[in-house]
Design a protein around this ligand. Sequence first.
Ligand SMILES: [Zn+2]
Length: 237
Amino acid sequence: MSNTNTLYQHGTLALLVPGLLDGTITMKDLLSHGDTGIGTGEGLDGELIILDGTPYQVDSHGNVNLVDSNFTLPFANSHFADYAEMLEVEDISRNNLQKQITDAAKSSNTFYSVKITGTFKNIKTRAVQKSSQPYQSLAKTAENQSIFTKDSVEGTLLSYYSPAIFDGVAVGGFHSHLMSDEHDFGGHILSFESVSGVVSFQQFDNLEQHLPTDNKEYMEHDFSNDNILDDVHNAEG
Ligand SMILES: [Zn+2]
């Protein structure tokens, strides 16, 4: 039986900051740790979301692609879904949504996931354009991003919440990706005006943090001069 109490994470957001963007886990490996997840590809190749065991990529042209098992990622989260319905929301703002979730969850000091199925109004997403070696910093690489907007979209938002004390390992707070029901729109969520739908919740009591120890550049990198927290927030917050 799969462990639904564990959040699996490969890599850290911190390692992206200086531009350690090699793909260090395959999608096949990632899927062995969960049927649900989010991440980015090698060289920040788009925004990924895994729903019900199927991985999708939104690339910088806005195309939605099915991801094959050899695709590699520098950073990703996955877990085995076991959500319980928590809230129904009707036409509320993103800030109000986050407040309602944090109030209902009472889980600010642990990791959890929320999944929202519903209708999102005036949503803005982004997908970064893949870069190749030699990589530049996260901040520089993420400047090459496309922004997508839609007046109204029905879809699934998948979000991971990380406690503030894990800032850098992850991004403290919520990190959210979206996939439309039609599989024609998605990406890393920048903003939306309102949402109506069903919010489901799954709490974790284990974080399984996997590091790319086979990657020479990661193992030899000196992080002491990197501006980790500011850059993580600018690029991923
Ligand atoms: Zn993202």
